[in-house]
Design a protein around this ligand. Sequence first.
Ligand SMILES: Nc1nc2c(ncn2[C@@H]2O[C@H](COP(=O)(O)OP(=O)(O)O)[C@@H](O)[C@H]2O)c(=O)[nH]1
Ligand SMILES: [Mg+2]
Length: 200
Amino acid sequence: MFEDDENYDMIFKILVIGDTGVGKSNLLLRYVKNEFAGDMRSTVGVEFGTKMMKIDGYEVKAQIWDTAGQERYRAITSAYYKGAKGVLIVYDITRKNTFDNVDKWLNDFKMKCDEDAAIIIVGNKSDLIQEREVSKEEATLKAQINHLAFFETSAKENENVHSAFFSLMQQVVKNYKNNEDDRFNGGVKGKTKRKKKLHS
Ligand SMILES: Nc1nc2c(ncn2[C@@H]2O[C@H](COP(=O)(O)OP(=O)(O)O)[C@@H](O)[C@H]2O)c(=O)[nH]1
Ligand SMILES: [Mg+2]
């Protein structure tokens, strides 16, 4: 089936952030290409993938950015955050410290991004049940305290990955509709189908 990547009504920049090794690159790869790559440490440069979906009758294009491993040094540039309308903050359910760091990522994102950006918390590697260090309950609580949606996913087993991204995109579209002033900042082409670049 041919997916017309250029025929969209809205385009949004989406980020995947979180500690190194939590599975950000594999979540992106699973969502965009339905693949799992195991170790991706060789990846160089900021990569991104795109995905088309239909939400509320609109053809919505997600342009999803992956980090190039700079999260290791907490050296994510403001250019990376700029213009983002949605973010998945990812931790690894088998490493408690990556869950504790969700708060730092949350603050970092809130400081650098638009107020109306949508955020979800994602606990990845749900297939590693034996090694679990973070319960669903405590993660749900953290999400509730911050008024955010929460998903557990497995990029490896393709569990909940689609649901997590789609839920985020629904919130992104909702926020966009609630904020008409944002019409000229969010990268929406409107009904005229004119092309509009995300960045100048
Ligand atoms: N078991 C399991 N391993 C995963 C999953 N997602 C990623 N990994 C592994 O975790 C490691 C780090 O993944 P990667 O996507 O490079 O993480 P990133 O540093 O956050 O981009 C790799 O060895 C992956 O194979 C998952 O859902 N389940
Ligand atoms: Mg990566």
